[in-house]
Design a protein around this ligand. Structure first.
Ligand code: PLP
Length: 401
């Protein structure tokens, strides 16, 4: 579906912007406010995927916008990361330390999710002196070389091989991984709820066993909460549902309140690996940009103050109540990170396009699954609109089932 491809911007988009597929949605965005996207051709579209789990507070939250404007006026980039005391970075790190466990009381800021995972993999290697990683089929950790090396889909990895050597993949939620966590393993990396793999939550007992094995072998446990973090699942981080604390937590997406930001949290001891032998062995120019950190600090404050994590729980309950019926096989996930498993590709595709074209509801697939509809509305969506939208989605699926 494209908007009028005759506008100047649209022509430049198709002619001069490097494309990621031959079939982009191509909506021409004029403005985005709250749960709504406004297109140049006058349509008002409900963003039911939050820009892929980013806009939890809705688009253009006024307090976040103000924080961005004020910080941009105060200062933007002043120095490479880690040299100067910059108030927004310190404030955000301090606030995060009040909501994260003691073992995760230090944070390294980067610009994106994949950079957070790159840094986490390097940190695990340097801290442990090992270089073997364990990862999971259908996991997704980003598209730079390190993150791609631990991403569990051959079809994405193969064109770029050779990647990192010594990465072993296991089935998610399968016990086979446990005996592979040996003293040669630098780290096990996983999403507590696989996002792009099809919104698949980890089994709580399995996660606890992995934690035990990692502790025993000195392998680090990395949780990628880039998609599941910042309230989306009903807790600030999904690991809180499981009572399992990782050695390294990676985050991004909703973290910046709409601005680009990522980070990894770990302990002082583990982060020492980045300080010495040699110093400056992992640096970034723009990581923790002050404007992004100001936005993130405000976004986190608003998330906690407005009880949006609880709101995610209500979204799940409402969705489970309304979404059942013809064509719907299963509803998976937690909070407002949900996946609707349908019986076939055609029904999924038709229902998604029908919702967009006839009802102005933006839904999506996940990267590794084309029979799953992703549901990830902004946590601020009003209850009445939520219910109405879910009924429309249910009827759309029944129509094509
Ligand atoms: N990890 C997970 C779980 C993700 O869902 C994503 C993006 O979808 C990434 C990593 C990569 O993040 P980014 O696109 O910011 O590099």
């Amino acid at each position: 579906m494209t908007t009028d491809p005759t506008t100047r911007e649209s022509k430049d988009f198709y002619r001069h912007i490097a494309q990621t597929s031959d079939n982009p949605l191509g909506l021409e965005i004029e403005q985005a406010r709250g749960v709504w996207l406004y297109t140049r051709d006058g349509r008002k579209i409900l963003d039911f995927i939050s820009g892929i789990a980013v806009s939890s507070l809705g688009h253009g939250h006024p307090e976040v916008v103000r924080a961005v404007q004020e910080q941009a006026a105060r200062h933007m980039h002043v120095m490479v990361y880690g040299e100067f005391v910059q108030r927004p970075q310190s404030a955000l790190a301090g606030r995060l330390s009040t909501v994260l466990p003691e073992q995760l009381d230090r944070v390294y800021f980067v610009n994106s999710g994949t950079e957070a995972n790159e840094a986490a993999l390097k940190l695990a290697k340097k801290h442990t002196g090992r270089h073997r990683f364990l990862a999971f089929r259908n996991g997704y950790h980003g598209d730079t070389q390190g993150s791609l090396s631990v991403t569990g889909r051959d079809v994405y990895r193969r064109p770029y091989e050779p990647l990192l050597p010594e990465v072993d993949f296991h089935d998610f939620n399968s016990e086979t991984v446990l005996e592979s966590i040996t003293p040669e393993v630098a780290a096990v990396i996983l999403e507590p709820i696989q996002g792009e793999g099809g919104i698949i939550p980890a089994d709580p007992e399995w996660l606890k066993e992995i934690r035990k094995r990692c502790t025993k072998t000195g392998s680090l446990l990395i949780f990628d909460e880039i998609q599941s973090g910042f309230g989306r699942t009903g807790k600030l981080f999904a690991f809180e549902h499981y009572g399992v604390i990782p050695d390294i937590l990676t985050m991004a997406k909703a973290m910046g309140g709409g601005m680009p930001l990522g980070g990894l949290a770990s302990s002082t001891d583990i982060f020492k690996a980045f300080m010495f032998d040699p110093p400056l062995n992992h640096v970034t120019t723009f990581g923790g940009h002050p404007v992004s950190c100001a936005a993130a600090d405000t976004a986190l404050r608003v998330l906690l103050r407005d009880g949006l994590m609880e709101r995610a729980e209500v979204i799940e309950q409402t969705t489970r109540k309304i979404l059942h019926g013809r064509g719907i096989e299963l509803l998976r996930g937690k909070g407002a990170m949900l996946g609707l498993q349908l019986s076939n590709v055609e029904t999924t595709r038709k229902a998604v396009f029908y919702c967009l074209e006839e009802h102005g509801i933006l839904l999506g697939w996940t990267l590794h699954s084309n029979t799953l509809i992703r549901l990830a509305p902004p946590l601020v969506i009003e209850q009445e609109l939520l219910e109405r939208t879910l009924i429309t989605i249910r009827d759309a699926i029944a129509r094509y089932a």
